[in-house]
Design a protein around this ligand. Structure first.
Ligand SMILES: [Zn+2]
Ligand SMILES: [Zn+2]
Length: 257
């Protein structure tokens, strides 16, 4: 319902204020569905066949799908079996993600969600999972959610689920499986050890919901986030979900930092 209302609001806004490229501000063609102008979209270096299965990052040309890469070799994201990502965290994709975080709305989350769903198919991220799959957005602490009004990871997960449901799998978005129960310092300024300490105990899984999901034949979980840098956050989320019995935990992120 909220999405439908926001969709209408977005459409009305498009009429009043024709959309602009979220990266460079150029006016976009009316009636289009993209979020970047063609020149900016061309600058995004999408991760292709040469990728790390563990962290989703790019690997050297011609390597193909690798089981580890220099970026995650010594510390692959804990409890995450496999991951996929769309592109490195660089401009202009970074601008699109920042715009989404600060209110660019459905247009950006739909665009990113569609691409993430395609990436999940392409990389066969769900292979080996039997039964329903829960997409779990990396949560925000209540204070940040209140301030921002929405969780960008959840918006992307909901958009991706819409496209993934076109397949035969049962896919649901389950933000209730995982909560962030305390605020943490910004990860960007911390080293790996400090990041881990910063995140310890920051998330809590909902045991009842996890049991209900497993009882219903639930097979696996895909954590969804906008950016993954060292993988500490996604790893801590996965560890927390693993703690309530969830298995086959994977991750799909827009950008690999
Ligand atoms: Zn542009
Ligand atoms: Zn890797």
């Amino acid at each position: 319902m909220i999405h439908a209302v926001r969709g209408l609001a977005d459409a009305a806004l498009d009429l009043l204020y024709p959309p602009h490229c979220l990266a460079c501000g150029t006016a976009l063609q009316a009636g289009g569905w993209g979020v970047c102008c063609p020149a900016c979209e061309e600058r995004i270096v999408w991760i292709g066949a040469d990728r790390c299965r563990r962290c989703g990052g790019p690997v050297a040309e011609g390597v193909g799908a690798a089981d580890g890469c220099p970026a995650c070799h010594s510390h692959p994201p804990a409890y995450v079996e496999q991951a996929c990502a769309l592109a490195p965290y660089e401009e202009p994709l970074r601008d699109v993600l920042l715009a989404l975080k600060f209110g660019a709305g459905l247009r950006a989350s739909d665009w990113l969600g569609e691409r993430l769903a395609m990436r999940i198919f392409e990389t066969e991220l769900l292979q080996g999972i039997e039964g329903p799959v829960a997409l779990v957005p990396v949560p925000l602490v209540r204070r940040d959610l209140g301030r921002r009004g929405f969780n960008q990871a959840e918006a992307i997960a909901r958009a991706a689920a819409g496209y993934l449901k076109a397949g035969r799998r049962r896919i649901s978005v389950e933000p209730g499986l995982l909560r962030k129960i305390r605020a943490t310092a910004p990860q960007a300024l911390l080293n790996r050890e400090a990041r881990r300490a910063n995140l310890a105990g920051a998330f809590a899984a909902d045991l009842k919901r996890a049991e209900a999901f497993l009882k219903g034949g639930g097979g696996g979980v895909v954590l969804v986030d906008d950016v993954m840098t060292t993988g500490s956050t996604v790893g801590e989320c996965a560890r927390t979900l693993h703690g309530v019995g969830l298995k086959a935990i994977r991750a799909a992120v827009v950008a690999r930092g």
